[in-house]
Design a protein around this ligand. Structure first.
Ligand code: 9MR
Length: 359
């Protein structure tokens, strides 16, 4: 309080910190953790109101970008640990568990990986990267998305630099190396659309392979990038049941609900759509009918999560508020999107109240 007083922040009304709003993490305290993706400005606590808001609403966090290999491992022998170290400090200070995201992903790779041609060099990068990064944060992050998005929509393995040079076992190998480097850290496989039957089957096969090799995997993350009015509740429920039947924890790891026009599902970051007159329909606010549908969708989702709270350990939103969502810039740049529970001023939307009213 003293520090707040000295900086004059105590003169701000309570509303500025969101203290009068119910807290998601408290509301679901006995059910599952509530997480958010964090960007660099938030990790660096640039805005004290934002920090207070995050700390009040969330008890888990995933770095939106800073732990991806391209950022944390920019050159063969160079690591940029400072942002991730700050994130760990942020978590410690505010009692927020950190999920490391992500060790092995084909996207946002360091530029030097593109120049690697030989199997031995890919293996060296793969091994060094996991050992160094997972080792440094052992005991400091709660969990890792060890491998992210290794599957195609039909459940086959995605053709990545890792598959090409290391073969199908690279996923098991990644878990083995992470387990060695960070024996007390939870280890997850994370993907989008892996609630869809074909991709789910591929995901289950992947998990079984890891387990059959005697390697530890603790959970599966269903990212949860869904569309308003089309949230696949049945597939999600079936997936929760099937993943849990493998002895795994289930997490919703990147939740948001797209409200703008898009002609494909998922989160394939390389896909783009051309901007046209119809692609940004709500620059000045979300029409009430869409707002209500969004609220109903979020409520139905959380009703389902609560039904399976014995299997779900965490629900993480991909961003704190609508203004910070990646969906404002993908698959079309510069749109005005509304995919989360809080608006651009961190004010709760109707969807927020529908969600907390379930308790
Ligand atoms: O939200 C992230 C965005 O800021 C980045 O530009 C993008 C680049 O690949 O990655 C976004 O996060 C992705 C996450 O790491 C993995 N699943 C899909 C997410 C949305 O693209």
């Amino acid at each position: 309080m003293a520090a707040l007083f000295l900086t004059g922040l105590s003169l701000l009304p309570d509303t500025a910190f969101g203290q009068e709003i119910p807290s998601l993490k408290d509301t679901f305290r006995n059910d599952f953790g509530i997480g958010t993706a964090l960007n660099m400005a938030q990790i660096e606590e640039k805005d004290p109101q934002m920090t207070a808001f995050i700390v009040r609403q969330f008890n888990m966090a995933t770095p939106e970008n800073i732990m991806k290999s391209g950022l944390i491992h920019p050159k063969w022998d160079t690591y940029a640990f400072e942002p991730a170290d700050k994130l760990v400090e942020f978590g410690k200070k505010h009692n927020i568990r950190i999920n490391g995201h992500t060790l092995i992903w084909h996207s946002q790779l360091p530029p030097f990986v593109r120049g690697i041609q030989s199997r031995d060099s890919v293996r060296a990068f793969f091994t060094n990267h996991i050992k160094t990064v997972a080792g440094r944060y052992a005991g400091k992050v709660f969990s890792w998305d060890v491998v992210n998005e290794a599957l195609n929509e039909d459940g086959t393995m995605r053709k990545t630099v890792f598959l090409q040079h290391l073969g199908e076992d690279y996923v098991t190998e990644a878990f083995r190396l992470t387990q060695q480097a960070a024996p007390n850290t939870e280890l997850y496989y994370n993907d989008y659309n892996n609630e869809q039957p074909a991709k789910r089957a591929g995901c289950i096969a992947l998990v079984k392979k890891i387990q059959a090799a005697g390697v530890r995997i603790d959970g599966v993350g269903i990212q949860g990038h869904w569309h308003v009015g089309r949230v696949p509740l049945k597939d999600i429920e079936e997936s929760i049941l099937q993943y849990a039947a493998l002895g795994l924890k289930v997490m919703i790891t990147e939740l948001d609900i797209e409200v703008l026009p898009r002609n494909f599902q998922g989160a394939e970051v390389s896909r783009q759509m051309a901007a046209n007159a119809e692609s940004n329909p709500y620059p000045d606010g979300l029409p009430d009918a869409v707002q209500q549908q969004l609220a109903a969708d979020y409520q139905a989702l959380f009703r389902l999560f609560l039904k399976h709270k014995d299997k779900i350990t965490r629900v993480t939103f991909w961003g704190v508020n609508d203004g910070l969502s990646w969906l404002n810039n993908w698959p079309v740049r510069g749109r005005t999107n509304y995919p989360l529970l809080f608006d651009r001023k961190n004010q709760p939307k109707p969807a927020f109240y529908k969600v907390v009213s379930l308790k």
